[in-house]
Write a protein that binds this ligand. Structure first.
Ligand code: SF4
Ligand code: SF4
Length: 204
């Protein structure tokens, strides 16, 4: 399910994401997240930067923080896992039409990147995942993930998606008792979306 609003956090300074991670960690210890998130929104002038109202921003930040908390909780078990899958969102491809040369496998269904251009986040992330020994799947949605997990015998999973897709996907992965790590999109919209490659690299 996509958000019913569009956001683009790709121009925010890295410090914002560092601060949000810190606030998320604090959220595990106490429940003052709303207050701290509001302070962050004001300090980084998020409304001006994104065009979103404060309540929508707080909703978005809460999702980002929840993802971060789940990552922290799963991290130790994930690091100990060896056979891993990486799920990338089809919406972050450089092209959503026939210019994308990814091979589509209707039986799964997923795309497999053909590395047709260097200027594509999904292409770069696929190459990175493959280099690190991950089985990489470019997915059109979360519904194909259980089938892939069951067939692949994976011990750990990394997923990139918007927060709205990530939370149910992470819960689904938990159902299979697998440690999951997630990288939220910093720009949504279901096409031309974006995620932070440095964050993905550190998660992998
Ligand atoms: S690099 Fe991969 S995902 Fe990106 S446009 Fe080319 S084939 Fe598609
Ligand atoms: S932004 Fe991407 S990950 Fe989120 S719902 Fe749309 S297609 Fe799925």
């Amino acid at each position: 399910m996509p958000y019913d609003f569009s956001f683009d956090l790709s121009r925010l300074p890295k410090q914002f994401f560092r601060e949000l991670s810190r606030v998320a960690e604090e959220r595990q210890l106490h429940r003052r997240f709303g207050l701290r998130a509001r302070e962050l929104a004001e300090r980084f002038r998020l409304s001006e930067a994104t065009g979103l109202d404060v309540e929508t921003l707080l909703f978005l930040m809460e999702d980002l923080a929840d993802v971060q908390i789940m990552n922290l909780n799963h991290r130790k078990k994930f690091v100990a896992s060896s056979k891993r899958a990486l799920f990338l969102p089809h919406c972050a491809r450089a092209h959503m039409d026939s210019r994308c040369k990814a091979r589509f496998d209707p039986t799964v269904p997923t795309y497999q990147c053909a590395h047709c251009t260097g200027d594509c986040l999904v292409g770069q992330a696929s190459a990175l995942g493959e280099k690190r020994g991950y089985s990489v799947y470019v997915v059109p949605g979360g519904s194909c993930i259980p089938k892939i997990i069951k067939a692949g015998g994976f011990e750990g999973v990394v997923g990139v998606a918007c927060g709205m897709e990530l939370m149910p996907a992470l819960k689904m992965v938990q159902k299979y008792n697998l440690p999951g790590q997630a990288v939220p999109l910093i720009k949504n919209g279901c096409a031309n979306t974006a995620f932070n490659m440095q964050i993905l690299e550190s998660v992998l």
